[in-house]
Design a protein around this ligand. Structure first.
Ligand code: NAP
Length: 246
């Protein structure tokens, strides 16, 4: 259980982040449901948490904005007195072949996916150091482990997350703070629902288990990494991908 733990989940208005928020709340955590543009969806997630007897609130913040991320973490630390769990889940794609990829699309993806995680970790680390405890869980991707044609920006950001995760783990391990990454394979969310059928079929062929994963598969792994049972695990990348990256 995660009773009374204070958790921040970035990009929790839908998809994987929503499922992580619902799962942590069901285990007793107070969940800060972060979103960027989808206010009403984030409020719906909070309502769902509350209707199930849990606690949480929705807070808007573009995590790629260094100052705004600072304000988000300061607000949570002040209001709740501590932050036990940070899940860096917010992410976007702007897929294209390298030759056609614009500088803008490269910067946007790295800025949200990688710098966003850095911003949140940076601004919560002082509070976690003060507490001498904390769980940082970053959502990477098998694309960051294996690479993927048409996703140079996304793969670079997700591989960067792995380096960030391990560096933070080494810096903070002696202070009771763990830092791990979860690398999902193909998961059924809005991000993958927009893919053409041909791409989905090719992807399915590459998965040893021959089907996409569910958001619950990722949320359960995140909940485990946030739990007391995972207290001796740090600096790891757990692929939840039906065997894709092995
Ligand atoms: P999704 O359905 O597109 O949801 C993305 C979430 O990120 C939304 O809640 C969105 O909020 C939020 N977000 C985007 N930009 C943000 C920003 N600048 N600041 C704060 N929040 C922001 O995506 P998903 O499929 O659930 O993916 C979640 C994470 O898992 C991502 O990091 C993704 O790269 C990773 N992942 C997904 C898959 C997959 O197959 N789906 C596979 C591997 C890894 P708003 O709607 O408010 O903008």
């Amino acid at each position: 259980m995660l009773t009374d733990k204070i958790a921040v989940v970035t990009g929790a208005s839908r998809g994987i982040g929503k499922e992580i928020a619902l799962t942590l709340a069901a285990k007793g955590a107070v969940v800060i449901v972060n979103y960027n543009g989808s206010a009403s969806k984030a409020e719906d997630v909070v309502r769902e948490i509350q209707e199930a007897g849990g606690r949480g609130e929705a807070i808007q913040c573009n995590v790629s904005d260094y100052e705004k991320a600072s304000e988000l973490m300061a607000y949570v630390a002040k209001k709740y007195g501590r932050v036990d769990i940070l899940v860096n889940n917010a992410g976007i794609t702007r897929d294209n072949l390298l030759m056609k990829m614009s500088e803008e699309d490269f910067d946007a993806v790295v800025s949200t996916n990688l710098k966003g995680a850095f911003n949140c970790i940076k601004h919560i680390s002082r509070q976690m150091l003060k507490q001498k405890s904390g769980r940082i869980i970053n959502v990477s991707s098998v694309s960051g482990v294996m690479g993927n044609a048409g996703q140079a920006n996304y793969c670079a950001s997700k591989a960067g997350i792995i380096g960030l995760t391990k560096s933070v783990a080494r810096e903070l391990a002696s202070r009771g703070i763990t830092s791990n990454a979860v690398a999902p394979g193909f998961i059924d969310t809005e991000m993958t629902q927009v893919l053409p059928d041909a791409v989905k079929n090719t992807a399915t062929e590459q998965i040893p288990m021959k089907h996409f994963g569910s958001t619950k598969d990722i949320a359960n792994t995140v909940a485990f990494l946030a739990s007391d049972e995972a207290g001796y695990i740090t600096g790891q990348v757990i692929c939840v991908d039906g065997g894709m990256a092995m």
